[in-house]
Design a protein. Structure first.
Length: 352
């Protein structure tokens, strides 16, 4: 079994320095910290959980790190986190990583130094360093929305089959040139929704054309620019799926700028609903994620991890709800909303 002494020798530092990095008890220079973390990974060191439990008392606080506090999706998740945390007697310390890996690492390290009992993290596009740091320090962690590392408990929405169903819906309305504005490259949600788009085309006998996919960087300007690129194609799409709520605003702005109407010139649907989307003209067809439930379940998974630190990591997927409105080109169905087919809440074992 690897010891802290061996880690110190591999990193060329003192045992005390290794302890500072592992336990977050004192500030350590950036270069020294990096050497220690790399040595921990190389040697396979695992801290003594019992010794740490004796040395460190609980603070009844948890850290929550999201990529954009202003995003309505994360606002909903945070509402669920807050409700569940208050019920459990926990204080929440909130940080925004702005989807920047270095900032993400710094805010996670800062939360550890404040001795939070655990962390809920919406990982950035390149979270490797942060996740290795959390793993090496044995910080109880739950990944929310972006499922990127099966060493941790994770919870997020079902993305693939929901997007499949949007493609299928447009296909049944007679569309064959169905486009996708995908989210920022590197995000698990972007990858899964793109996979669902391609699978939906295949299931409906439609060919995949790279010219009908444009990355929108998961923000409003990106959605606007992506739609303009799609409209400039030799054969523009007649139907459009947008990968999140920010990009759909940008896409709608671009459609208005081009003098095109929804759904007559462009049928439109979004993965991610928006507050007031039913008041748009026409109202927006969209999958609504159970944001507050995601937040509540993330807290419960964290509490379970604190109670059972050696349990096998869990993955949970929650079902989005299709808000069937008129931007897709057809009237609302009786009873308004429909459920995504073949999608249900479930616990998953991590892939081998």
């Amino acid at each position: 079994m690897t010891t802290m002494t061996e880690v110190a020798r591999a990193a060329g530092v003192s045992i005390a320095t290794v302890s500072y990095v592992v336990n977050g008890t004192r500030p350590v220079g950036e270069e020294t910290r990096r050497k220690v973390e790399e040595a921990i990974v190389r040697t396979g060191y695992t801290p003594n959980t019992l010794a740490r439990a004796l040395a460190m008392s609980r603070t009844s606080s948890i850290g929550v790190v999201v990529s954009a506090i202003t995003n309505p999706f994360f606002a909903g998740v945070l509402a669920g986190v807050d409700q569940a945390a208050v019920s459990a007697g926990l204080t929440v310390l909130l940080a925004d990583s702005h989807d920047e890996p270095e900032r993400e690492f710094e805010v996670v390290r800062s939360l550890r130094q404040r001795r939070v009992d655990g962390i809920i993290l919406a990982a950035s596009v390149s979270p490797g360093r942060t996740l290795d740091h959390l793993r090496a320090s044995e910080m109880p962690t739950v990944l929310v929305d972006r499922l990127v590392d099966d060493r941790f408990d994770q919870i997020g929405p079902e993305n693939e089959e929901a997007t499949v169903s949007l493609v299928g819906h447009f296909a049944t309305l007679g569309h064959s040139r169905i486009a996708l504005i995908s989210g920022r490259a590197g995000l698990g949600t972007s990858r899964e929704r793109l996979a669902g788009y391609r699978l939906g085309l295949a299931r409906n006998g439609l060919d995949y054309h790279p010219s009908l996919v444009a990355e929108g960087n998961s923000d409003i300007p990106g959605g606007h620019a992506a739609l303009e690129r799609l409209l400039a194609a030799d054969a523009p799409p007649t139907a459009l799926i947008v990968g999140n709520n920010a990009m759909v605003i940008g896409a709608m702005q671009a459609l208005r700028k081009a003098g095109l109407s929804i759904p007559d010139d462009m049928a439109l649907a979004s993965y991610d609903d928006l507050p007031g989307a039913d008041l748009f003209d026409p109202p927006l067809t969209a999958f609504a994620q159970p944001c507050d439930t995601l937040g509540e379940r993330a807290v419960q998974l964290l509490l379970d991890r604190l109670a059972h630190p050696d349990a096998k990591p869990r993955v949970e997927r929650l079902e989005p709800r299709l808000m069937h409105r008129r931007s897709c080109g057809c009237p609302p169905r009786p009873g308004t909303d429909t459920q995504a087919p073949s999608v249900s809440p479930r616990d998953e074992e991590p892939s081998p």
